[in-house]
Design a protein around this ligand. Structure first.
Ligand code: C2E
Ligand code: MG
Ligand code: MG
Length: 757
């Protein structure tokens, strides 16, 4: 029992202010004379009162309920004593604040010990009866008035009962309404006296956890001890923030331990209210939100995982990377690295075997990748055929390379899908999360390294380095500088003769237009800038310009006498993919007047493979125009021989890397021989590229190559220089022009070209 606090609360509830007290006394017609009258008799009444107190306690013993409360003689003595002093006070007639509080306190204690009002009131009647006897003994109406008192007191007790029953009923109604509403809301209720740490929770509050209210107890410990340890600080903070007025409402989600040891997610809502100076009281509801939480978690999972492979996705990678970087920032952290894994030529599988097979391959690859990792490593599907591995806690940087190698080995085993057997390879870029103690954009760095691994021939890994970064930067700079090159007139075309080899004769048959970039003093090779042009897409505009220039130039030479001169122009697959390419080519041919049959479009083997369906359509259309098509750099691009038949090709250009090895290198000679033979058997014209030396010319001629190109004849020259060469007296007489002196002799007797060394 907390009498002091309860009494304070009782006072607050009663609103028994001075005005109310005055009004009551006035209704009773209480006056100063009354007080004087009583006080004057107080002493004289004392013995009778004392006698009455004894009589009262004897009387009470006759009734079971009060008798039960009055068992110890000491209690009875104490009560009698205070009862006696009370009567003395009553006769003093001083109804001040102290008096009123004293009465209220006694009333409250009686109520708390369980003494019903009827005994309490009844005692007053007995007292009045006794006082009546004392004052009016022998008066004829004494008995009558005593009877009236009994009747009135009986009624008083009835009136009190009706009042309190009605109040009770209203309270019960409101409680029942409240209870029904709560059952509907299915929320638990709580009420917490913060300073006194007195907690009340409803049945429902406890049953959410599968326990009874008793198990919670009546202190906050019963609540907080069930909160998930990870959530407890957050809950306490939320409560504190609200108690300090920093939040308008307590609204917090956290987990609570259930009877079976599992945790339920709950939402607590509540408001605080000052119940007195330094007295805070908070109350509110608690809702079981486990179902919602699990749906949310499900969604969260779905947003962060790839449905096909079940792996975490890019979103999750971003989060995990952030965390890994934070860990890296701590002292003593071990190395961490990112592997960017990209399948080689996966598009081919998708295009040729369909997406369903492609999907199965991805699922299998995901399994294999997982099998290559340690428990702490994390695997993500980045998108398409790209996977990322986050390697945390590495003993040394070299470990990442070991994992990469393990992945390459693991993937390399043939993959059996139904009756089909596939070999899937991947390229991997490796980057540390930090470089020299500074965080790196590891994803970008690993991507860069991946690019490098691909460029170096695929099915391998490459590690990020600053040098790679510099090269990429250079590439980027090149790209932006190239953007202006065409408009600034910095591009020019050089032309390299292509000669026909016929019975000991070499004759000029055509020229290949080769692009040059004059940047300041430097003349930059297309090998350096073509990739940048292709990546930026600028190749489309530049290629258009090349085509136009070359057609015009060769047509001019044709008109000047080289009527059979053919014009070879390199094109990129990006150009072929443009729907406008063919109409534009027709325009150029018409404008320049060059016959379509004089134009040879060269496309490299690797580019031909890039977008086969679309490329095939364009090439067929080109062929139908009468334009000739050459497969450039043949032998370097893994072209499957089946493809050669599918494309409408006329010319095969044997790459200079093979010809350069002839005839000394037996292997390269054998490959060159085989390629030339292949071209022949497919009915294609064969051009040998990169003929530099007599022995090479002898070799290709001996193998029956129709055409050759290389420094032996001439380096690529600016148009004007080549023109000067062509314009030598007697150089272009006849239908098929004999070459100028330098070209016109049989190669075996011919000294090396003096035209350009
Ligand atoms: P490509 O089409 O195979 O051109 C032949 C390359 O071999 C030229 O290099 C040429 O200078 C070089 N070459 C010719 N004879 C010899 C020789 O005897 N020895 C050696 N070592 N090299 C020889 P270039 O001009 O540097 O061009 C490189 C590549 O750039 C070309 O290879 C072609 O694929 C590409 N390219 C050039 N111009 C264009 C263009 O306008 N558009 C496109 N898309 N690509 C172009
Ligand atoms: Mg070429
Ligand atoms: Mg070539």
């Amino acid at each position: 029992m907390r009498t002091k606090e309860d009494f304070a609360e009782l006072l607050r509830r009663l609103h028994l202010g001075p005005q109310e007290q005055a009004e009551r006394l006035s209704f009773l017609q209480w006056s100063a004379e009354d007080a004087q009258r009583l006080a004057a008799m107080a002493g004289a009444m004392d013995p009778a009162q004392q006698a009455f107190v004894d009589q009262l306690y004897d009387h009470l013993q006759n009734f079971a309920t009060p008798a039960a409360l009055l068992q110890s003689p000491q209690t009875i003595e104490r009560l009698k004593h205070s009862q006696g002093s009370y009567y003395q006070d009553l006769w003093r007639g001083q109804f001040d604040e102290e008096y009123v509080n004293g009465r209220l306190r006694i009333g409250m204690i009686h109520q708390q010990v369980g003494l019903e009002l009827k005994w309490y009131l009844g005692a007053y009647r007995l007292y009045l009866d006794r006082m009546l006897g004392e004052l009016f003994t022998g008066h004829p109406q004494h008995q009558l008035y005593a009877s009236l008192l009994k009747a009135v007191f009986f009624d008083i007790s009835l009136a009190l009962d009706t009042y309190s029953a009605a109040q009770h009923r209203a309270l019960e109604d409101s409680e029942a309404r409240f209870a029904r509403a709560l059952r509907g809301a299915n929320d638990g209720l709580w009420d917490w006296h913060v300073e006194q740490d007195r907690l009340y929770v409803s049945e429902r509050w406890a049953s959410m956890l599968g326990i009874s209210r008793e198990a919670i107890g009546d202190a906050s410990q019963g609540w907080f001890s069930r909160v998930h340890p990870d959530d407890l600080p957050g809950l306490r903070q939320a409560i504190e923030a609200h108690l300090q007025g920093r939040t308008a409402l307590l609204h917090h989600e956290y987990r609570m331990r259930k009877r079976d040891g599992d945790y339920a997610w709950v939402l607590v809502r509540g408001v605080a209210e000052a119940s007195g100076p330094d007295q805070q009281r908070m109350a509110g509801s608690q809702t079981d939100i486990s179902a919602r939480k699990s749906a949310e978690q499900h969604l969260q999972h779905a947003a962060r995982h790839d449905p096909l492979t079940g792996l975490a996705n890019r979103m999750r990678l971003d989060e995990q990377l952030q965390q890994a970087l934070l860990r890296q920032g701590k002292v003593g952290a071990r190395e961490a690295a990112l592997l960017f894994v990209d399948l080689d030529r996966f598009k081919l599988i998708n295009d040729s075997l369909g997406h369903a097979v492609g999907d199965r391959v991805l699922v299998e690859v995901a399994q294999r990748l997982k099998a290559c990792l340690r428990p702490g490593d994390e695997l993500f599907r980045f998108g398409g055929d790209e996977f990322v591995v986050l390697l945390d806690d590495l003993a040394c940087a070299g470990d990442a390379e070991r994992v990469a190698q393990r992945i390459l080995d693991g993937l390399h085993h043939p993959l059996h899908l139904d009756e089909r057997t596939l070999v899937v390879n991947a390229s991997i870029g490796i980057a540390p999360l930090q470089e020299r103690g500074k965080p790196l954009d590891a994803l970008q760095a690993a991507d860069l390294a991946l690019y490098r691994a691909k460029a170096a021939g695929k099915a391998q890994f490459a590690r990020y380095s600053e040098e790679l970064q510099r090269a990429a930067q250079h590439h980027l700079d090149m790209e932006s500088a190239m953007g202006q090159a065409l408009d600034n007139g910095e591009l020019e075309l050089h032309y390299q003769p292509i000669c026909q080899l016929q019975q000991g004769q070499v004759q000029l048959a055509g020229v290949e237009a080769l692009l040059r970039w004059r940047s300041g003093e430097r003349l930059i090779s297309p090998l350096e800038f073509i990739p940048a042009l292709e990546e930026s897409g600028e190749i489309v505009r530049v290629g258009d310009w090349v085509l136009q220039q070359a057609c015009r130039q060769v047509r001019a030479w044709q008109l000047a006498g080289q009527s059979q001169l053919r014009c070879s122009v390199n094109i990129s697959s990006r150009q072929l993919q443009q729907a406008s390419f063919i109409p534009r080519l027709i325009d150029i041919l018409q404008d320049s007047g060059l016959p379509p049959a004089s134009l040879i479009l060269e496309i490299t083997e690797s580019q031909l493979m890039e977008d086969t369906a679309q490329t095939l359509v364009s090439l067929r259309e080109l062929a139908s125009l009468g334009v000739r098509l050459a497969l450039d750099d043949f032998g370097t691009g893994y072209c499957s021989l089946g493809y050669l038949k599918r494309f409408p090709l006329h010319i095969l250009k044997v790459d200079k890397s093979f010809i350069g090895g002839t005839p000394a290198d037996g292997e390269l000679s054998a490959i060159s021989r085989a390629i030339i033979g292949l071209g022949h058997s497919l009915g294609l014209e064969v051009v040998a590229e990169g003929v530099e030396r007599d022995a090479q010319l002898d070799f290709v001629r001996h193998e029956g190559c129709h055409y050759a190109q290389g420094y032996w004849f001439s380096k690529p020259l600016p148009g004007a220089e080549l023109q000067a060469l062509l314009g030598r007296p007697g150089a272009f007489a006849g239908a098929v022009a004999a070459l100028p002196e330098v070209f016109a002799r049989s190669s075996s007797t011919l000294p090396r070209s003096r035209v350009q060394q």
